[in-house]
Design a protein around this ligand. Sequence first.
Ligand code: F3S
Length: 64
Amino acid sequence: MRLILDPEICQGHARCFSDYPHLFDGDDIGHGQLKVIGEVPTELIDDARRAAQGCPERAISLSE
Ligand code: F3S
C-alpha cells in the first residue's frame, strides 16, 4: 500500500500534517508533502486511510 498526495489538488488545509505528522510534512507554503515514500508500514496503514478520508480536497489516496 502506497500513499499518494496530489499537489495539484492540495489546497493547504493542513489536516494531514497536523494530525499525522509521522506520515506528512508541511512545505513552505503550507501544503502537504509525503514523509513516507514507498510502502506504508503495516502499522501506519490505518492512519494513512484516516488521513486520506480527512483531507477536505480528497488530495490524498492510497494505492495497492
Ligand atoms: Fe493538502 Fe489535504 Fe493535507 S488539502 S495540506 S493534503 S489535508
